[in-house]
Design a protein around this ligand. Structure first.
Ligand code: AMP
Length: 178
């Protein structure tokens, strides 16, 4: 699932995972759990998250790969927030081939910027301050535009209008999943 910060990845990820009986894996949550665990890697992650910068790929892969492969072994997963860049997508495809995982669809929740801002300012996460939000939206625009094109070119992009009530968004996605 690809969406800007505040785009509804978490909400839709949970709804889809419940409907399909599979696991919702959020890269942001996996990284935040490492921060809470207080490990040296967690302390490094905290700095990136606080600034709204992307965490280096190696750290993301090391933490996420075991979670994804365990979820795959249990029957599948909805991945939210990863991959976030084309290099991550290419590397993820390599790891996927090695672990015999295929990506069936990339769901893009398209939400206009003013709606994103409104939603983010309404929640109270540590990285949801006005300044960090602006930076995260800039990072998304720079890195994820190419990612969306990458999945469109591969023929697996499912783009939905993310500015609707949650249940309508879920219905749109489910109607279009292969
Ligand atoms: P999210 O929960 O998806 O909004 O992500 C929150 C923060 O976690 C981001 O601003 C990044 O610092 C980090 N993060 C989450 N997913 C990734 C990823 N795939 N690559 C790099 N950093 C990530």
């Amino acid at each position: 699932m690809v969406a800007a910060p505040g785009g509804g990845k978490g909400t839709q990820g949970e709804r889809l995972a419940a409907d399909y009986g599979i696991q919702h894996v959020s890269s942001g949550d996996v990284l935040r759990a490492e921060v809470r665990a207080g490990t040296p890697v967690g302390r490094e992650v905290a700095g990136y998250q606080k600034r709204g910068d992307l965490v280096p790929d190696q750290i993301v892969f090391d933490l996420l790969t075991p979670v994804v492969s365990a979820a795959a072994a249990r029957g599948g997963y909805i991945l939210d927030g990863f991959p976030r860049t084309v290099p991550q997508a290419v590397a993820a495809a390599d790891v996927g081939r090695r672990l015999d995982l295929t990506l069936d669809a990339a769901v893009y929740l398209n939400v206009p910027d003013p709606v994103l801002l409104q939603r983010l300012l309404a929640r109270a996460r540590a990285d949801d301050t006005a300044e960090v939000i602006k930076h995260r939206l800039d990072v998304f625009a720079e890195t994820s535009g190419p990612l969306i094109d990458y999945y469109r070119d591969r023929g697996i992009l499912v783009e939905v209008d993310g500015d609707q009530p949650p249940e309508s968004i879920t219905a749109d996605i489910e109607a279009r999943l292969p």
